[in-house]
Design a protein around this ligand. Structure first.
Ligand SMILES: [Zn+2]
Length: 505
C-alpha cells in the first residue's frame, strides 16, 4: 500500500498510541504497564505522561516483527538525527530514531521524541539530504508540541473514539474497505476537526523543518524535490488510496510554500559530512536488497555491479541479497573487491556476516577484532563482535568485550542486554536477570525491571544456590537495586497523578 505523504503521521501516531494501550495482546514475557494518564474521559498530556507513553509504545514496537533491529542503521540515523536536533530550537531534547519494516513511504513521530522511519522511505530517498528533510519535518512536529496541542484542541475526543481510529488504521493494512467504514464512523466523533488541526501543523512542520535543515548545513531543496516526487506518485493512486490518504493529501499549497522557500534562498554550498554520504548509500542498498523476490533482487544487483563497477553500494547490495538467498559461498566473490574499494566499519561487518555464514563464526572473528581495534568508537561493530564470540561458544571473550565497552557507554541498553546473554552463557542466571533489569531500567520501564529482579531473587532462593560468595554478593545487589527501583516507580506514579496534563485548563 503506497502511502502518499507524511500527513497521516499523526494518524499513525494516534493509532500506535492506542494500539499499544488497548489493542495489542499482552506479550507473554511481561505484563503491559499502563501509564496513568489521569482522567480517562479526556486525554491530556503532561510531558512526563507523554514520555512514559512513548516508552511503553516503544516497548511494544521493539517486540514486534516489524521492528527493523539493525544497530548500524539505527546508529547512522541517530547520528544524522543528532546533527539536525542540535540545530533545532530545543537542542537538549532527547530523541530516538528507529526503523519499521514497512514498504510504504512514511515516517512518524511518537510521543516522547521517538521518530520512526519506514524501510520504504529509506529505499525511496535519493540522497542523504532528502532523508534529512523528512527527519527535520518529524523533529519539527516534536519541537512544536503538535501531539499535545492536537489532543488539547480536541474537545470530546475520547479514548473510545481514539481506539476506534486505531482499530481502523490497523485494519487498513489488510482490509481497506473495513478501514474506510470504520474511519467514516470515527469521523462522526469529530475527526474532521483533527484533520483541520493537523493541516496547520503540517505547514508549521514544513517551515520549522526547513529552518532546521538550513541551520544544520543540509541542502534544503532536497525536501522540496522529495515531496514533489511523492506527490507525483500519489496522483497515480488517487482512486485506490484508503480514505485517510485521500482526505489528507500533501496539498498543493504545502508544495508551493516549499518551492518558494527554496527559490528565495541565496545559494550556499551545503556542508558535507565526510563519509556519511557513502554510509547512507550502503545502508540504502542493504534495505533495497531485502525488497521484492530474492531471485530478482540478486539479478538486479548483479546487473548494477556490471553497470557501475566503481560503486561500492552496488556490490554491498549484491552481497546482502546473496546472504538473503542463503548463498554465502557466492557472496565471498564480490567481497574482496568491495573491501579493496572501500574501507569502512559497515564493509567489515558485512564481511563478518559472509564469513560466518560460509565458514562458521570463528572465521569472522579475526576481521572483526581488527576492525574494532581500528574503529573503537563504532558501537555496532562492538555488538557484532560480542555476538560472534557467543556464536563461537567463546562466552568469556564476549563477556570481556561487553564489560570493556560498558566503561565507555554505561547507559547503552543493548550492551546490558548482551551482558545478560553472556552471563547466561557463562551459567550465571542471577547475574543475567540483573543485567536484563538494568536494560529495562534504562529504557524507563521500571515495572519490567522490577519483575526481572523479583524473578531473579525467587529463582536464586528456590535453586538453593545461595551460600557461595559471588551469589551472596549478587543477591544483595539485586535486593538493594529492587528497593531503589520500587521507590523510583512510586515517585513516578505520584508525579503523574499530581500533574494531570500541564496544558489542561
Ligand atoms: Zn507531518
Amino acid at each position: 500500500m503506497p502511502s502518499v505523504c507524511l500527513y497521516h503521521s499523526h494518524m499513525r501516531l494516534l493509532s500506535a498510541l492506542f494500539f499499544a494501550l488497548l489493542v495489542v495482546p499482552v506479550p507473554a514475557r511481561a505484563a503491559l504497564e499502563l501509564p496513568d494518564l489521569g482522567d480517562p474521559s479526556r486525554v491530556a498530556f503532561s510531558e512526563e505522561a507523554e514520555a512514559r507513553l512513548g516508552r511503553e509504545i516503544m516497548r511494544q514496537i521493539r517486540g514486534s516483527r516489524d521492528y527493523y533491529d539493525d544497530a548500524a542503521l539505527k546508529d547512522y540515523l541517530n547520528r544524522l538525527g543528532e546533527r539536525l536536533t542540535a540545530a533545532s530550537d530545543e537542542p537538549g531534547r532527547r530523541y530516538e530514531f528507529f526503523v519499521v519494516r514497512d514498504p510504504s513511504i512514511n515516517a512518524f513521530a511518537l510521543p516522547g521524541g521517538y521518530i520512526g522511519i519506514h524501510t520504504g522511505l529509506l529505499s525511496a530517498v535519493r540522497s542523504e539530504a532528502e532523508l534529512a528533510g523528512v527527519l527535520a519535518h518529524e523533529i519539527a512536529h516534536v519541537t512544536q508540541h503538535h501531539l499535545a496541542r492536537m489532543v488539547k484542541g480536541s474537545e470530546g475526543l475520547t479514548v473510545a473514539a481514539l481506539a476506534g481510529i486505531a482499530v481502523a488504521i490497523l485494519a487498513a493494512r489488510s482490509n481497506p474497505q473495513l478501514a474506510d467504514a470504520a474511519l467514516r464512523t470515527s469521523q462522526a466523533y469529530g475527526l474532521q476537526q483533527q484533520i483541520d488541526f493537523t493541516r496547520a501543523h503540517e505547514h508549521e512542520a514544513d517551515r520549522v523543518g526547513y529552518q532546521i535543515l538550513e541551520r544544520a548545513g543540509f541542502d534544503p531543496s532536497g525536501m522540496a524535490s522529495f515531496f514533489e516526487r511523492l506527490m507525483a506518485q500519489g496522483r497515480l493512486y488517487d482512486n485506490n488510496a484508503p480514505v485517510y490518504l485521500r482526505t489528507h493529501p500533501l496539498s498543493h499549497d504545502r508544495m508551493a510554500d516549499m518551492q518558494n522557500r527554496v527559490a528565495q534562498r541565496p545559494y550556499r554550498q551545503p556542508r558535507e559530512n565526510p563519509g556519511s554520504g557513502a554510509e547512507f548509500e550502503l545502508l540504502r542498498a542493504q534495505i533495497q536488497a531485502h525488497e521484492g523476490g530474492v531471485a530478482e533482487t540478486v539479478k538486479r544487483f548483479r546487473a548494477l555491479v556490471n553497470e557501475r563497477p566503481q560503486d561500492p553500494a552496488a556490490r554491498y547490495g549484491l552481497i546482502e541479497a546473496l546472504l538473503r538467498d542463503n548463498d554465502a559461498r557466492s557472496a565471498l566473490i564480490p567481497l574482496e573487491p568491495l573491501r579493496k574499494q572501500l574501507s569502512a566499519p559497515l564493509v567489515e561487518m558485512l564481511a563478518a556476516r559472509v564469513l560466518r555464514a560460509a565458514k562458521g563464526p570463528e572465521a569472522a572473528l579475526p576481521g572483526l577484532q581488527a576492525a574494532l581495534a581500528r574503529w573503537p568508537g563504532d558501537r555496532a561493530l562492538g555488538y557484532l563482535l560480542v555476538r560472534t564470540y557467543l556464536a563461537a561458544g567463546q562466552a568469556r571473550s564476549a563477556h570481556a568485550v561487553v564489560v570493556e565497552r560498558q566503561r565507555t557507554w554505561p547507559e547503552d541498553v543493548l550492551l546490558w542486554r548482551l551482558l545478560a546473554e553472556t552471563e547466561l552463557a557463562l551459567g550465571h542466571p542471577l547475574e543475567s536477570h540483573l543485567a536484563e533489569a538494568e536494560a529495562y531500567a534504562r529504557e524507563g520501564l521500571l515495572q519490567a525491571a522490577i519483575d526481572q529482579l523479583q524473578t531473579a531473587l525467587r529463582e536464586a532462593r528456590q535453586g538453593g544456590k545461595t551460600g557461595t560468595g559471588s551469589d551472596f554478593y549478587a543477591l544483595s545487589m539485586a535486593e538493594s537495586r529492587l528497593n531503589t527501583l520500587r521507590e523510583a516507580l512510586q515517585r513516578q506514579n505520584a508525579d503523574s497523578r499530581e500533574r494531570p496534563g500541564k496544558g489542561s485548563p
